[in-house]
Design a protein around this ligand. Structure first.
Ligand code: IMP
Length: 175
């Protein structure tokens, strides 16, 4: 691993405050419905748990895992399903919960695959968005924070599998 340090970008307090706002907005938008939250592992797991606790509608959870990255900071462009959902989403109000949208390749593939399974509705919520990095167009319905083009860790996001447990968002700066 290259020599680096983590520079704080978004504090734990600010992340939690924003997740609270997103939870309130989602609760309003889905009032009276049951939301099927789909967590994209592993990065989305911390965000999904915190978000789910702040949603007042009924929610059910499912998990899937796709990979587009190796132990590197650059997208390989390869998307493969490592773990599929346990339950059918046909007729369900599905909200996909992601850690970050970068090039958009992963989400674009995932959303079109989920759409083929005929959910009643399909939306996307991401904690972080790096719009400058977009290669493939993806409609993001709920965004926590738009950030500049930097490699970030924490709150589920990793650098070579470490730093997922940081309670804040930090930028990896190479020394
Ligand atoms: P995309 O397909 O390029 O949009 O990549 C999405 C995935 O790449 C995310 O779910 C992350 O796993 C990973 N990723 C993209 N940017 C970062 C970053 O800044 N830090 C950590 N992981 C990232």
């Amino acid at each position: 691993m290259e020599k680096h340090h983590v520079k704080p970008m978004i504090s734990e307090k600010d992340v939690n405050r924003r997740i609270q706002e997103l939870g309130e907005q989602i609760s309003k938008d889905y009032a009276g419905k049951t939301i099927r939250l789909i967590c994209v592992l592993k990065g989305g797991s911390f965000f999904m748990c915190e978000l789910a606790k702040r949603i007042s509608c009924d929610v059910t959870l499912d998990f899937m895992s796709v990979s587009s990255y190796g132990g590197d900071t650059k997208s390989s462009g390869v998307v493969k399903i490592v773990k599929d959902l346990d339950e059918s989403i046909k007729g369900k109000d599905v909200l996909v919960v992601e850690d970050i949208v970068d090039s958009g390749r992963t989400l674009s593939y995932l959303l079109s695959m989920l759409n083929d399974r005929q959910p009643a509705s399909l939306k996307l919520c991401t904690l972080l968005d790096k719009p400058e990095r977009r290669v493939v167009d993806v409609k993001v319905d709920y965004t926590g924070f738009e950030i500049p083009d930097a490699f970030v860790v924490g709150y589920g996001l990793d650098y070579d599998q470490i730093y997922r447990n940081l309670p804040f968002i930090g930028e990896v700066v190479f020394d």
